[in-house]
Every structure is written in structure tokens, then in C-alpha cells.
Design a protein around this ligand. Structure first.
Ligand SMILES: *[C@@H]1O[C@H](CO)[C@@H](O)[C@H](O)[C@H]1NC(C)=O
Ligand SMILES: *[C@@H]1O[C@H](CO)[C@@H](O)[C@H](O)[C@H]1NC(C)=O
Length: 220
């Protein structure tokens, strides 16, 4: 390859890499892009197809019922009500969504990450112990006890959690900078994958007895 050409290729690759590195939800290129279902022929786009703006109505930007608590009678004692693009089609391309989280006394939102969003959370009722852990090799825990009105941020991609340390119900509301932040719950992904990850491999990875791994795989 000639020097000039290889330089241009390198510049093009760098430009591509930097655009991938800045890959949050894309900026909207029109006022509204209300999501409509995928077409029958299984063509997908990054996001959702847009409704004809002439047919767009106020209901496309509306959701009702975030005042209603989620049912926390489950194995972790919490419930997340998600208001993302699937709940409000008008969120398509806007890079934002909302959740309500209910916690039973001593309930928890177990360690998880959002692959596509930073989260900003505020407590409406109760007392939460919250935290996130940074990347290797520091793996620093940033943690705080939050009361009503307190706000905490979980940076994009980092493992974080909330734990209701009060003996009453707790409620939080959080905003996330993606129309579809995604959730990876660590225990479910590692021990509950489908099909399961090889237990010998997990035993060494987590420095556990294989029996413990098989027990965990049965739980998740
Ligand atoms: C929307 O309405 C305008 C005005 O009636 C019309 O000119 C335009 O073609 C319509 N756009 C679409 C995509 O139907
Ligand atoms: C969360 O609450 C809703 C509404 O009560 C319920 O339908 C759903 O099954 C609950 N989810 C979990 C994981 O408990």
C-alpha cells in the first residue's frame, strides 16, 4: 500500500473507532420518531422504525400508572417498573427513559449493569444503601446511604446495587440516558445463562467448589 493511502485508511479507521467509542443513543434527526413495530420481513434498524409524523398523537408520548407500586413478593424483594421505548413509543431516538423501583423491607436490587446507560436515582420513600464498583484493577466501591430526597449516580456500564436497609417499604425513581438501557443481572447472567456455562470453568473462574457452582446454577 502507498504511504498516502495507508495514512488515509488509518485516519478512516480512527474516525470509525472514535464514533464507536461515543456510541450512546443516536441524536434525533427530526422532531419526532415515534416507534412502530418491526416490518414482517425481519429487517431491523438500530432503534425502531418511525411512524409518519402526520399520524403522531399525544398518546405516543404518554404513560400512566407510575404511581402504582410493583409487587415485591419475589426472591429479591424488589420490583422495577420500566418506562422505556416499549412503554412510550415516542421515546424512540431520544436517549432517555425512566424507572420506578419498589423495595420491600430489606429487599434489594441485586448487582447489575446497564450496558447502554448512566442512571441517576432519587429516593422518594425509605432508606437505601446504594453503590457501584469501578473497573479493574482498582474495583473501588463507591457507596452511600440515601434517604428521601437524596440523589445518586451510577455511571454507564458499572456494576451497581440498591439495598433497602430500613424496616419500611422504599421507593425510588431513576432516569437513564437510553431509550432502552438494558439490564444484565450478574448472578442471572453468570449462573443462569441459557444454555449453562461449563461448571468446571465457572468453578475455577470464581474459585469455588464445582458443587457450589452446580448449586448456584440450579438456583438461577
Ligand atoms: C404530512 O402532511 C403534509 C401536509 O398535509 C404532506 O404534505 C406530507 O406529504 C405528509 N407527510 C407524509 C409522510 O405523509
Ligand atoms: C412486578 O410487579 C408487577 C405488577 O404488580 C408484576 O406484574 C410483576 O410480575 C412483578 N415482577 C416481579 C419480578 O416480581
Amino acid at each position: 500500500m502507498k504511504k498516502g493511502v495507508s495514512f488515509l485508511v488509518a485516519v478512516a479507521l480512527m474516525a470509525l473507532a472514535s464514533s464507536l467509542a461515543a456510541a450512546f443513543d443516536p441524536s434525533p434527526l427530526q422532531d419526532t420518531c415515534v416507534a412502530i413495530p418491526e416490518p414482517e420481513n425481519a429487517v431491523f434498524v438500530n432503534g425502531k422504525f418511525c411512524k409518519n409524523p402526520n399520524l403522531t398523537v399525544a398518546e405516543d408520548f404518554f404513560f400512566q400508572g407510575l404511581n402504582i407500586p410493583g409487587n415485591t413478593a419475589n426472591r429479591v424483594g424488589s420490583n422495577v417498573t420500566t418506562v422505556n421505548v416499549d412503554a412510550i413509543p415516542g421515546l424512540n431516538t431520544l436517549g432517555i427513559s425512566l424507572v420506578r423501583i419498589d423495595y420491600a423491607p430489606y429487599g434489594q436490587n441485586p448487582p447489575h449493569t446497564h450496558p447502554r446507560a448512566t442512571e441517576i436515582l432519587t429516593v422518594l420513600e425509605g432508606t437505601l444503601l446504594v453503590g457501584f464498583v469501578t473497573s479493574n484493577p482498582q474495583n473501588r466501591l463507591f457507596s452511600k446511604v440515601l434517604n428521601k430526597g437524596d440523589v445518586f449516580v451510577f455511571p454507564i456500564g458499572l456494576i451497581h446495587f440498591q439495598f433497602n436497609i430500613g424496616h419500611t417499604n422504599a421507593v425510588a425513581i431513576a432516569g437513564l440516558n437510553s431509550q432502552n438501557p438494558g439490564v444484565i443481572t450478574i448472578a442471572d447472567a453468570v449462573f443462569g445463562s441459557n444454555p449453562p456455562i461449563n461448571p468446571d470453568f465457572l468453578a475455577r473462574a470464581f474459585q469455588l467448589d464445582k458443587k457450589v457452582v452446580e448449586y448456584l446454577q440450579a438456583r438461577f
